[in-house]
Design a protein around this ligand. Structure first.
Ligand SMILES: Nc1ncnc2c1ncn2[C@@H]1O[C@H](COP(=O)(O)OP(=O)(O)OP(=O)(O)O)[C@@H](O)[C@H]1O
Ligand SMILES: [Mg+2]
Length: 235
């Protein structure tokens, strides 16, 4: 895969309130999350805690249904919780706070299990749009697609590429936006072993070069081992 020009770290247009160097990037305390489904109460988290320091990477592992995606959704502000606290960049956030949308726009990048690209835009336009939304210039959009091995597909639309290629385009979007926290749900889950290893290399190079804290959910022990810490869910 081709090396891109070194990405620059721009001044962040949205610096979350209360941010200071010694705060953990993520602090979760006493978190409780239950789902009600068909009259049944499903306890996913009870008194759960986690801390992620600046520049660190953390793997969330655990059997299917253990709560990995639910936790990433709560950290993205897309899912509420019933007790406990989530503090990001030193700022304690209430479950439905309007602040989440501002953080998602500029600071928190999420790669979901299903890549979510705009169907009416090409892969390159998707990467540029995401950078633009985050207040970045997007000049390195094509470099990231090249580096992820899909530069030749830049002019194609999402429905003209494979699921794994869409997932790589979703990663290029995240890299181009230069987030302050990266959340990735099975980022190499739909890739063959060889491509998954290449994409993981780009992911960790990005994470280390930018010092970008990252939480990733994975069933892949090799990917989890590359992270600084591992948290196992579901007992
Ligand atoms: N909206 C919902 N309503 C009811 N139950 C839900 C809902 N979303 C998730 N769950 C349940 O919460 C639990 C955690 O689900 P989650 O998707 O977080 O698991 P996961 O660890 O990401 O699994 P996988 O490895 O399969 O992706 C599961 O038992 C799931 O069925
Ligand atoms: Mg999941």
């Amino acid at each position: 895969m081709k090396k891109p020009s070194a990405p620059t770290i721009p001044t962040d247009p949205v610096r979350p309130r209360g941010d200071h160097a010694e705060s953990p990037v993520v602090q979760i305390d006493g978190l409780r999350k239950h789902f009600r489904s068909g009259g049944e109460d499903i306890a996913v988290f009870d008194n759960f805690g986690l801390t992620l320091a600046s520049g660190q990477s953390l793997a969330l592992v655990g059997r299917s249904g253990s709560g990995k995606s639910t936790l990433l959704n709560m950290l993205s502000g897309l899912e509420g919780w019933s007790a406990g606290s989530i503090t990001l960049f030193g700022e304690s956030l209430a479950a439905a706070s309007a602040r989440w949308s501002e953080l998602r726009r500029c600071a928190i990048a999420t790669v979901f299990q299903e890549a979510n690209l705009m169907p009416a835009l090409t892969l390159l336009e998707n990467v540029r749009l995401r950078a633009d939304i985050a207040g970045r210039d997007g000049a390195d959009a094509k470099d990231w697609l090249d580096r992820l091995g899909i530069g030749s597909l830049a002019a194609r639309y999402p429905d003209q590429v494979s699921g794994g290629q869409r997932q790589r385009a979703a990663l290029a979007m995240v890299f181009g936006m230069q987030p302050r926290l990266l959340l990735a749900d099975e980022p190499t889950g739909s890739l063959d072993g060889h491509t998954a290893a290449d994409v993981a290399d780009v992911l960790f190079e990005f994470q280390r070069a930018q010092g970008c804290p990252m939480i990733l959910a994975t069933h892949d022990p090799a990917l989890a081992k590359r992270c600084d810490h591992t948290v196992s869910l579901g007992g």
